[in-house]
Write a protein that binds this ligand. Sequence first.
Ligand code: ATP
Ligand code: MG
Length: 301
Amino acid sequence: MFFCMAKPTRWVLAFSVQMALPFSKPYFYDRRTVMTQTLCIVNQKGGVGKTTTAVNLAASLAVANKKTLLVDCDPQANATTGLGIDKNSLKQTLYHGLIGQASADSIVIDSEIALLKIIPSRVELIGFDIEMLNTKEREMTLKKLLSQLDGGFEYVIIDCPPSLSLLTVNAMAAADALLIPLQCEFYALEGLSQLLQTIKHIKHSLNPSLNIAGILLTMFDQRTNLSHQVAENARKYFKHLVFKTIVPRNVRLGEAPSFGKPILLYDGASNGARSYRQLAKEVMGIKPATKPAVKLFAGER
Ligand SMILES: Nc1ncnc2c1ncn2[C@@H]1O[C@H](COP(=O)(O)OP(=O)(O)OP(=O)(O)O)[C@@H](O)[C@H]1O
Ligand SMILES: [Mg+2]
């Protein structure tokens, strides 16, 4: 598929691959005192499986006995409804925390899974970008808010909107590592160069310890050559950065949000549920680093 692309697309992709190759093996930092690992699910492309991954990875980590917080950083609030939370009944949401009207702990709410909590979102979050326009260090607002948390979370999973907006920049600035869902379809790799540029910029300016946990292949359809080609190209160019787990296209995964349930509670025996349990194992197996971050990008000091 890569070789069928128009020339400029190939050049952009080749350039981004050049930048991507020096990525280290995925890992999190050694945070002996603070054991929270904050993982941001990001891709500015819409509909690639970010929310499905955020909700189901968070649920799978919680079921594996890890105290987990899901942060819905998208005004669409799909992660919030995906966990069966009635948005209209909420007094305060992430928005109120970000603009300083609520403390972090006061906006954390329970889910059906005991060890899984969520900071919910709602449409008012859309105002964040504009309201913060004249605020100093506006890119660090989410990081500051999360640093106030008293919950002893082992994992914080942030679901991002489909844009490279101030909200996404905040999510990346607050994260230890990024998980990038890549839908197994034709244009999948095209937006990656822009995302990698943004990551590079954020790493240099806001979050020097930012790492990449991995690229996750989503909506893989065993029957189509295209899915296999995308998977093959992703592994060829991004090598060890691609998670071993592949999330299949699975009807039950698509149905679960309309019942307000993570897949583990909706159909725990489905292939979709199995894949997210496996992803959680991979994420939990990422060894904490014993040395400072290695370089993410060529030429980095
Ligand atoms: N593996 C899958 N199999 C079948 N359907 C899926 C799968 N993953 C996601 N979906 C469905 O595809 C749609 C898009 O998924 P999702 O909402 O997770 O993407 P997203 O990247 O969060 O979208 P957005 O960019 O709008 O936030 C949803 O209807 C979801 O239920
Ligand atoms: Mg989403």
